[in-house]
Design a protein. Sequence first.
Lengths: 73, 302
Amino acid sequence: MEMQATIFLPIGMGLIVIGASLGIGKFASAAAESIARQPEAADKITAAVNLPLFLLEGVAILAEVFTFLMLIL
Amino acid sequence: MSTAVSGGVMEQVGPNIIHHVTNSDIAHPILHLPTIFGIDFSVTKHVFMLWLVALLVSVTVIIPVRRYVNGKKMIPSGLANLIEMVIVFIRDSIVRPNVGTRWVNTWSPLIFTLFFFILFSNAIGMIPIFDVLGLLDRFALNTQADSMVNHLLHGGTTATGNFNVTGALAVVTFFTIMIAGTKAHGFIKHWKNLVPHGLAWPVYIILIPIELMGLIVKPFALTMRLAANMTGGHIALLALLSLMAIFGEMFHSTAAGVGVAFVAVPMAVAISGLEIIVILVQAYVFTLLTAVFVGMAINVHH
């Protein structure tokens, strides 16, 4: 049981982090494109992107924390 | 924390890192306080850092601001000027767009407090003043192993790295959301605003449990985000610096350890630079998310 946990937990964490980073990358590219289209709206776009960015980063951090916790306990 | 070598370096590195980032043992606190209602109030490492941060924030913010408010000049100068810059930035870019002009002055002080407290607490965790003093104590002063001074000098720590501390801050956010919604709409209406109106009734069966869970999950995410970011950064830093000891032990020579130091220490400096950015960003994010949740309770979305 311990053996399987030690192998599969980091794989799961890696999958979650891949998902989170793909999402953040998509966000950043969409934001960059729309700022390039309309530079006057740069502030609003940044404000709109800010919130989901940090929520998604929180997902990745939560994945790390729970993996660490499950490996310890 | 024992300084006796009880095993190889490899066995000591892991527990050493864990000791650095977690709270000191409740059985050996810095200051023994009585147990009230079954809660042991003794002062441990994190509690001491909390007090220190609270003292520093109060002194740094309250004294210049009071001097400016009670003074004659229209334009603040010195530290009050810097504080005003930060406060105006937070109020105009975080609080006002989310909460709305009507409630800005009601909720701004809380947001400022959260921001300054988290910023100071994170930043003081990065300053190794207690470790330096502990080094001084060990080699120069040699106080007794059990004295309060010795316990104090076992290293400062990041108060917000403890998820109980950030959990307390998240509880503040939780009640703030409820109070904000109640003030704006009334008690019953705030709860009715949890789900949007005008949907077909089968949707409500799924939506209401999800929204209720969201009430708990959002502060929980706030807690873990801040605690994990702070603790993770410190663990990475300590692990890098432990590489020197590990390599010295693996090759049984001091030269290997010193050689690795030429790589490990610059990397640790780089990670510390990243940590400074993370400190600012995490304080900003906690504050921003609190403002957004309060705004969501006040201006019903949809």
